[in-house]
Write a protein that binds this ligand. Structure first.
Ligand SMILES: Cc1cc2nc3c(=O)[nH]c(=O)nc-3n(C[C@H](O)[C@H](O)[C@H](O)COP(=O)(O)OP(=O)(O)OC[C@H]3O[C@@H](n4cnc5c(N)ncnc54)[C@H](O)[C@@H]3O)c2cc1C
Length: 301
């Protein structure tokens, strides 16, 4: 299977854009904000709330980071105007984290403040392990400045995550917990699928024990079950957790969770940067390529 994964990843750059688009359009709402709003309205009709993700990361010029801020402000305004049950997810490298941390902080501060005036919420995605410390610094700084409408993501594959939850306990953060998508060295990340699951369950429990709100972000049936179990054992109401999934993935499990009465948020990526995003993701994590290719066949069946 690893060979097939590598083959898919190696060929992705040569696949014509229109073909990548055919596959990507299941996972990306489209290029424009209107496309994402259409997807969010469709999800609402299926009982799901959403988080908007403007595609783009690792910007090389501050003008691109300023543009991300402008577009995300427009997203928040649109959510407000249309009364959508949705928030936003951002990547700090799209706000210039790797160019100048202080300027990136300034942009994110403006955005979170704008969200606060509209009664909305900003989730900071977690990127590769080179960004983890800076992401935690920026999150803590926003909270120290009194902005509580901001949350962050931790990755169960990172060996440090249990310790991060302990260190952050004083802030009672709103978390999203995911496995983690980036390819990391063995010193920093668990590699074995079962070890990652074990850590996911343990971190999830620690987050709830610390009183946090948790977005249980996974499509893995074993972890969805673990999420259901911990929520039932702890007797948690809907204001303490939600499940989260990516657009176009495991829609059957998603519908089942909604029918059981769980809150379910779908991550809705959109934007002109979709091709670069898909190619980068597939190259970084060939396993995803396999899901995508298999999904294409399943859809045609
Ligand atoms: C809402 C949300 C937000 C996320 N935010 C982040 C983040 O900030 N930082 C980060 O590093 N990672 C993030 N991720 C990605 C996450 O870390 C995983 O890489 C990804 O979700 C797969 O993990 P899994 O738990 O679904 O388990 P897996 O074992 O990888 O997948 C379980 C099953 O789900 C299906 N599946 C999973 N992913 C896909 C896919 N992309 N396409 C098609 N089928 C798929 C497959 O059928 C697979 O067998 C996020 C994921 C979600 C759901």
């Amino acid at each position: 299977m690893a060979l097939l994964d590598r083959l898919i990843a190696a060929s992705i750059g040569f696949i014509p854009k229109f073909m990548v688009r055919r596959v990507a359009w299941r996972y990306v709402a489209g290029e424009a904000l209107d496309d994402a709003v259409t997807a969010v309205n469709d999800l609402a009709s299926r009982g799901c709330c959403a988080t908007f993700d403007l595609l783009g990361e690792f910007v090389k010029e501050s003008a691109q980071a300023d543009a991300a801020l402008t577009e995300y402000r427009a997203v928040l305004d649109r959510i407000h105007a249309d009364g959508l049950d949705a928030n936003i997810s951002i990547k700090l490298t799209a706000f210039g984290l790797l160019l100048d941390e202080e300027e990136a902080y300034g942009r994110v501060h403006q955005l979170v403040t704008h969200a606060s005036t509209l009664g909305n919420f900003v989730r900071i995605d977690m990127e590769d392990s080179g960004c983890t410390d800076a992401t935690l610094r920026i999150y803590a700084r926003l909270r120290q400045e009194g902005l509580d409408n901001v949350g962050l993501v931790l990755q169960a594959y990172l060996r440090r995550t249990g310790a991060d939850v302990e260190a952050l306990a004083g802030l009672t953060p709103s978390y999203r917990l995911c496995k983690g998508i980036y390819v990391e060295p063995e010193e920093v990340a668990f590699k074995d699928a079962e070890e990652i699951r074990v850590n996911y369950r343990s971190v999830l429990d620690a987050m709830f024990a610390a009183g946090s709100y948790v977005g249980i972000a996974t499509h893995d049936p074993a972890l969805v079950e673990a999420g259901r179990a911990v929520v039932a054992e702890r007797g948690l109401a809907n204001d303490r957790y939600e499940f989260q999934m990516l657009l176009g993935v495991t829609e059957g499990i998603r519908a089942q969770l909604v029918s059981e009465g769980h809150r379910l948020r779908v991550y809705v990526p959109y934007g002109r940067d979709w091709h670069a995003y898909c190619v980068r993701r597939l190259k970084e994590n060939p396993r995803i390529g396999r899901y995508v290719v298999l999904g294409l066949f399943r859809r045609g069946a």
